[in-house]
Design a protein around this ligand. Structure first.
Ligand SMILES: Cc1ncc(C[n+]2csc(CCOP(=O)(O)OP(=O)(O)O)c2C)c(N)n1
Length: 202
């Protein structure tokens, strides 16, 4: 007896499935497990791993999206971080940047600091919260197929999108990488500067 147990989606497999599609957009991640996993797949100067400012990755993405409206901006967030700054969702809606894709990896846990359960472990639904905040394009993915399809759609569509990926609470072996915050900042700034120069050149 008993049903087939479907393994939960891994955040790393989600990131791996889309890493090659992020060559031309600006990517902002939160700190901790997401940043380390994403960086382990290959760093690029258009990737910025926001340190310390928990809850503010979408706000950073919003600023970039408004300043660079022709550029697709992708934010990789965590459930604990979004829950810490739910007002960030309402601010996104106030400006509705059509070029912003907000991916929230919901592992129902503050994994990077020991794995304490968050409110999504006790019934709160971040996609529903985002929708109620006013983000019309909101989806939840439970499988890698759902995730990649929803992500590809979001990248093709000029509309603010919130994609919640329900993932297992597992992370990388280590969270320390050899790229310093300052070096990352200089590289990222250089990338944006070059974008602006290319735009000016025609
Ligand atoms: C303002 C602030 N509070 C607390 C922390 C410590 N901290 C770093 S990562 C983290 C957990 C992030 O949780 P979540 O967004 O769910 O991502 P996960 O670690 O599960 O991938 C916490 C509490 C911080 N960096 N900044």
């Amino acid at each position: 007896m008993g049903g087939v147990i479907t393994p939960m989606m891994q955040r790393l497999e989600c990131l791996r499935s889309i890493h090659g599609k992020l060559q031309d957009c600006l990517v902002v991640t939160i700190m901790g497990a997401v940043a380390a996993e994403f960086q382990s797949l290959g760093h690029r100067p258009n990737f910025f791993y926001l340190q310390h400012a928990m809850g503010l990755a979408s706000s950073t993405g919003l600023g970039l999206a408004l300043c660079l409206p022709r550029q697709k901006v992708v934010v990789f967030d965590g459930d604990g971080s979004v829950l810490m700054n739910l007002g960030g969702l309402t601010t996104l809606v106030r400006y509705r940047p059509a070029n912003l894709v907000h991916v929230i990896f919901d592992n129902e846990s503050l994994l990077s600091v020991g794995g304490f359960p968050t409110a999504t472990a006790t019934g709160s639904d971040l996609a529903a919260i985002a929708r109620a905040a006013g983000i019309e394009r909101t989806q939840t993915a439970h499988t890698i197929e759902q995730f990649t399809t929803a992500f590809d759609d979001a990248m093709r569509t000029a509309q603010l999108t919130c994609l919640v990926a329900k993932v297992e609470a597992t992370g990388p072996q280590g969270y320390v990488t050899d790229l310093s915050l300052l070096e990352n900042r200089f590289q990222f700034r250089g990338w944006i500067k070059k974008l602006n120069e290319d735009k000016a050149a025609g």
